[in-house]
Design a protein around this ligand. Structure first.
Ligand code: PHE
Length: 453
């Protein structure tokens, strides 16, 4: 077998670079597109509470566990398991992650493509003078069209592949550091506009006043899936990124910063969307199209809306791009390290393979919309399967691996940078990864799917 030359392995350049890349992966359409529509479908505030509970109790520990595996092994998602557990079937967890990467990128690029379309519409002043009803209709027409959404999706896949191919350090890392704070600022500006619309209070109470009668097992599973999806955990993205993190980086602090940034942006997105939802009489349970219908309404109602709309969709596209890059990187790192491909070949092959699957996701809003199983389209299935099934299962195995296979001594060694950092909560962390997280995820999963009633 060919010996891997680790000295040529790429890595992140700085502490800020590590956080920018990992937060770039976490913060994306998951926060701004997915969180509001899932919360909207699941009753708002009660969903938010459960979601926050999962972020803290499970999301953060799983993230730290993944970073630990990756940095320990210095390999891709599958190779890391092979290296740390040679001759054992743990590598299957990595394989499942690579499958999840295919599914996620396939449907994520559909929505990323919609973002580009909306950028184009913003530039051509396409929202101007349209009523809430008209904005909704034009969205529905666009998503069901046979070609336009596909073309945008392919453009987006091309951009993703281009960046992955050029390496992460000099491109994405550099720009996200500047652009993500601007995105946050812009969301705050839009939240203020949204909050000052007549009738906004209803949106705020929808988001923050929980009605716990809305909580059912499927909703709890949705919250878990959303937490995992939004944090990019459960499929090896953070194993892969962890493998590029320098040995002197403080992993718990990194994980904490990424988790905090991700959560704050999701909540801000909620504050931006829900007041407007109620002010413009849009159904919070509108579904996949929610933000694309609501946002143009807000832009129309703000001074400088033309300018802000362009800026917003540029930034949203970039937020999406820093996430798609991290998903494709999982596949590319695997192809190049395990299957001995050049990075170029791995990128092209990965991107083309995913694009083929992605076509199905995009067309399931138009020509393939009748193709449904149990009330879900192909897009619906990709979305549901990855977030609510593959990521939770992946997360269970990842924590079990760290808790039971790696064991406390190795974990402590890796997380404490070989004894350099003092870790006060390591015992709590071990209890969570050994017992609490696997049991809690398994319970939510089994009840949420209705395996046990
Ligand atoms: N976390 C990303 C987002 O919220 C999506 C993602 C999921 C990225 C899984 C990588 C892995 O947009």
């Amino acid at each position: 077998m060919a010996q891997l030359d680790l000295s040529t392995r790429d890595s992140f350049g700085s502490k800020i670079g590590v956080v920018a890349a990992a937060a770039g992966s976490a913060v994306g359409l998951g926060n701004i597109w997915r969180f509001p529509y899932v919360a909207g479908e699941s009753g708002g505030a009660a969903f938010l509470m459960v979601y926050l509970g999962f972020i803290l109790a499970i999301g953060f520990p799983v993230m730290l566990a993944e970073l630990t595996i990756g940095r320990r092994a210095q390999r891709n998602a599958l190779g890391s398991f092979k290296k740390l557990a040679p001759g054992k079937p743990w590598y299957l967890v990595g394989l499942m992650g690579i499958g999840a990467a295919f599914l996620i990128l396939a449907f994520y690029s559909t929505i990323a493509g919609w973002t580009l379309e909306y950028l184009a519409q913003a530039i051509s002043n396409g929202f101007d003078g349209k009523s809430s009803e008209e904005l909704k209709n034009s969205f529905e027409q666009f998503q069901a069209a046979p070609f336009r959404p596909l073309i945008w999706q392919m453009i987006f896949m091309f951009l993703t592949a281009y960046i992955v191919y050029s390496g992460v350090k000099k491109g994405i890392e550099k720009y996200t550091k500047i652009l993500m704070p601007i995105l946050v600022l812009l969301i705050i500006v839009m939240s203020i506009r949204s909050l000052t619309l007549p009738g906004a209070e209803k949106g705020i109470s929808f988001l923050f006043k929980p009605d716990f009668s809305k909580i059912t097992w499927p909703v709890i599973l949705d919250a878990l899936g959303q937490a995992a999806f939004s944090l990019s955990i459960g499929m090896g993205t953070l194993i892969t990124y962890g493998s590029y993190i320098p040995k002197n980086n403080n992993l718990p602090i990194t994980a904490l910063q990424v988790t905090a940034a991700d959560t704050i942006i999701a909540i801000l997105a909620g504050i931006m969307i829900f007041p407007a939802v109620f002010a413009f009489n849009i159904d919070p349970a509108e579904g996949f199209g929610l933000v694309f219908i609501v946002l143009p309404n807000i832009f129309e109602q703000m001074p400088g809306g033309y300018f802000f709309a362009i800026l917003f969709f540029v930034l949203l596209s970039i937020a999406a791009l820093t996430s798609t890059v991290s998903v494709l990187e999982v596949v590319v790192a695997y192809f190049s390290e395990e299957l001995n491909m050049s990075r170029r070949k791995a990128t092209i092959l990965g991107a083309i393979g995913i694009s083929f699957v992605g076509v199905l996701a995009t067309l399931s809003f138009g020509p393939l919309s009748e193709l449904q199983l149990l009330d879900r389209t192909i897009f619906g299935w990709f979305n549901y399967l990855s977030a609510n099934v593959l990521l939770p299962i992946g997360a269970i195995f990842i924590v079990i691996f760290v808790g039971w296979h790696l064991g406390k001594k190795n974990v402590l060694d890796e997380i404490s940078n070989q004894g350099e950092l003092r870790l006060r909560l390591i015992n709590l962390f071990m209890v969570i990864v050994k017992f609490i997280a696997p049991l809690a995820i398994a319970a939510v999963f089994i009840y949420g799917l209705g395996i046990i009633k």
